[in-house]
Structure formats: structure tokens, C-alpha cells
Ligand binder design. Structure first.
Ligand SMILES: Cc1cc2nc3c(=O)[nH]c(=O)nc-3n(C[C@H](O)[C@H](O)[C@H](O)COP(=O)(O)OP(=O)(O)OC[C@H]3O[C@@H](n4cnc5c(N)ncnc54)[C@H](O)[C@@H]3O)c2cc1C
Ligand code: FES
Length: 337
């Protein structure tokens, strides 16, 4: 039996390798062209030390304390020359992808659907045989090449990959390069190139309640995460607060309702900031965070949206005097170009 190991490098690049039964993660990576820094390969030097963020594995008893202390092993540090996976795993490698002589993967595909959900939001799906091999962690993003230009833009997956198809939720920025392409020229069958997956904003093992906070198309990574949670289940409460500026920015409510019907512990609320809104729930995301959602700090918070929203919500949580057990965020920064 093989297990998928996601190797997350310091520069945000993720590569997936398949580890055979009994094979060490370092050997599996090497076999697939990725050189995790190694020295002794014997559990003695500690050079191959990484951090296991998710999954089950065994380290055996062949390594020495100088290479990995019991305390480190308890925290989740691993020696990849000793680590044998017992399930799919996510491993953070403290080196750049370049040092490990691996590169961001690129995939050629075609647009399978492009649909304007509202004036401000576009749903895009891309399909291709090559994408059948695209593995990513829900919450991650890719760089999509803008057809007819040398430029690319970052977009978070809004779905899991199914039969070589992936989807995105894209804000229509007036005059923007990708926005203009998608609202003007794009049609099914157009070629599109993807590079990735990338990013450290992804769903970890669910060990406590989750509070998910989305601003605008910052909803995208959460719908991918919810697809995953719907498949694997969760025994912990999960609450999403989705905030937008105007009524027409509010999209995918049907999909969220379907998740709420399918995932027993999942609830959500959606709010609109514009005071003239006809939506029943008004205001900013922060106005709808209740003490029970922060659970005295025993909560993992995931936050995604435009940079000012991410700053405001982070500040709000700090002001509550509560430090969540884990706090992950993604800012949808405008491209430098
Ligand atoms: C890690 C990451 C993940 C992202 N994921 C998503 C996603 O899932 N969905 C999504 O919609 N976007 C996402 N973005 C933002 C996305 O990459 C683009 O920046 C955005 O879609 C604009 O691209 P464009 O080519 O249409 O506009 P551009 O040609 O890049 O911009 C045109 C003009 O608009 C300004 N501008 C760009 N974006 C904004 C904005 N949001 N608000 C106000 N002005 C802006 C620019 O500064 C520029 O002046 C993500 C960004 C990052 C860094
Ligand atoms: S390479 Fe020396 S401990 Fe793994």
C-alpha cells in the first residue's frame, strides 16, 4: 500500500510523493527526484529533521537522542530517514524547494466552464488529463497563466480535484488583466496553464473546534476545505463566518447550505457590510464572532480575504485577549504587476 506524502518547502512550494509500505519518506522523496537534506541516513546526525503536520507514521527505535529528542518527537518533529508513513502525511521541510532540487510543477489544461455568478464574482473551472495528477491540500493556491500574456495570477482552489477538473472563485477587478480576460474573451476550450500547488494555508488535522473567517472571494479555500471535511467527517464543531461588502458579492450560499446539511457539526453565517443592504445580517465579520466561537482559545482559526480584512480580523482577535491554539491566514494580495 502506498501513502501520499505532501512535502511543504520553506518557499511555499508543495510536492507530493508516493511512499511504498516500509519505505522511508527520505527514500521515497529521493526516488521521485527530491533531495531532502540528508547526511548519515542512519538516525544519528539530525540533518533530515522535518516537522510532520498531519498523518500517522512510525519512527522506529534506531535513531539516537542527539538527532531527535523525545520532546521533539512528541511535538511532531521527525527524522525523514527513519519515518515510515502509516497514512497520508503532510511534512514541513525546513529548506527551499530549490535546495531540494525540485521545482514548481506546471500543468496544461483547458477552461471547462466560466460563469459570472454576479457583477463582482466569476466561477472558473479548468480540466485536463494532466490535472488528474495534480495533488494539493485544500486551502492551497496555484498561479494561473493569463492567456495572451506572460503574466500569471494566484488563485486558491475552491474545490477538490475530480476527474482532472478543479474550480476557482474569482473577484472581478474592473480593468484587471485576468478579470478582463475572464469577463470578455474566455470560453470553454481555451488553454490555460497552472503552476503549483503553493502555500501554507491549508486544512490541518482537526483536533479542536474550527472558526473559519472568509472575506469576499476569500471563501474559495473554505469551500475546498469543506469538500474535504464532508468526505472525511469531523467530530468537532466548525463555524464559518462569510463577510462581503455588497449584496451582489454574496455567492455560493446554496453550496454552503448543502455543506451544512451534509456535515453534522458545521454551521455558517453570512453578513454584508453595506448599511443599505437588504440582507438580514449586516456588518463586518468581526461583529458576528461570538465568545463561544473562540472557545476560550481552544480553537483553530482560519482566516482568508483581502489584506485590510485580514488585518482587521487579526487585530480584533488579539483585542479579545484570546490566543487561539492555531491561527492560519491567507491574504489575497493584489499581484505586483
Ligand atoms: C495567495 C493568493 C491567493 C489568491 N486567491 C484568490 C482567489 O481565490 N480569488 C480571487 O478573487 N483572488 C485571489 N487572489 C488575488 C488574485 O491573485 C488577483 O490579484 C486578483 O484576482 C486581481 O487580478 P487581475 O489580473 O484581475 O487584476 P490586476 O491586473 O492584477 O489588477 C488591476 C488593478 O486592480 C488592483 N487590484 C487587484 N486586486 C485588487 C483587489 N482585490 N481590490 C482592489 N484592487 C485590486 C491592482 O492593484 C491593479 O491596480 C489571490 C492572491 C494571492 C496572493
Ligand atoms: S540523515 Fe542523519 S538523522 Fe537522518
Amino acid at each position: 500500500m502506498t501513502h501520499q506524502i505532501a512535502l511543504n518547502f520553506e518557499d511555499g512550494v508543495t510536492r507530493f510523493v508516493a511512499a511504498n509500505a516500509g519505505e522511508t519518506v527520505a527514500d521515497a522523496a529521493y526516488r521521485q527526484g527530491i533531495n531532502i537534506p540528508l547526511d548519515c541516513r542512519d538516525g544519528a546526525c539530525g540533518t533530515c529533521k522535518c516537522f510532520a503536520e498531519a498523518g500517522r507514521y512510525e519512527l522506529g527505535e534506531e535513531y539516537i537522542d542527539d538527532a531527535l529528542t523525545a520532546d521533539e518527537a512528541e511535538q511532531g518533529f521527525v527524522l525523514t530517514c527513519q519515518m515510515r508513513a502509516l497514512s497520508d502525511c503532510v511534512v514541513r521541510v525546513p529548506a527551499s524547494s530549490e535546495v531540494c532540487r525540485t521545482a514548481q510543477a506546471t500543468f496544461d489544461a483547458t477552461i471547462s466552464a466560466v460563469r459570472q455568478l454576479s457583477d463582482s464574482t466569476i466561477a472558473l473551472s479548468i480540466k485536463g488529463e494532466a490535472l488528474g495528477k495534480l495533488a494539493f491540500l485544500p486551502g492551497q493556491y496555484v498561479n494561473l497563466g493569463v492567456p495572451g500574456s506572460e503574466q500569471s495570477r494566484a488563485y486558491s482552489f475552491s474545490s477538490l480535484q475530480r476527474d482532472g477538473e478543479v474550480s476557482f472563485l474569482i473577484r472581478n477587478v474592473p480593468g484587471g488583466l485576468m478579470s478582463s480576460f475572464l469577463t470578455g474573451l474566455a470560453k470553454a476550450g481555451d488553454p490555460m496553464r497552472l503552476a503549483g500547488p503553493l502555500g501554507s494555508f491549508y486544512l490541518r488535522d482537526i483536533r479542536r473546534p474550527l472558526l473559519l473567517l472568509a472575506g469576499g472571494t476569500g471563501l474559495a479555500p473554505f469551500t475546498a476545505m469543506l469538500e474535504k471535511i464532508a468526505e472525511q467527517g469531523s467530530t468537532h464543531p466548525l463555524h464559518l463566518i462569510y463577510g462581503v461588502t455588497n449584496d451582489f458579492d454574496l455567492v455560493e450560499i446554496d453550496r454552503l447550505e448543502a455543506f451544512a446539511a451534509r456535515i453534522p457539526n458545521f454551521s455558517f453565517s453570512a453578513c454584508v457590510a453595506n448599511p443599505d443592504s437588504r440582507h438580514p445580517l449586516k456588518g463586518y465579520v468581526t461583529q458576528h464572532i461570538e465568545p463561544k466561537h473562540l472557545n476560550h482559545g481552544d480553537v483553530d482559526v482560519y482566516l482568508c480575504g483581502p489584506p485590510p480584512m485580514v488585518e482587521a480580523v487579526s487585530q480584533f482577535i488579539r483585542d479579545q485577549g484570546i490566543a487561539p491554539a492555531n491561527f492560519y491566514y491567507e491574504k489575497f494580495a493584489a499581484s505586483a504587476a
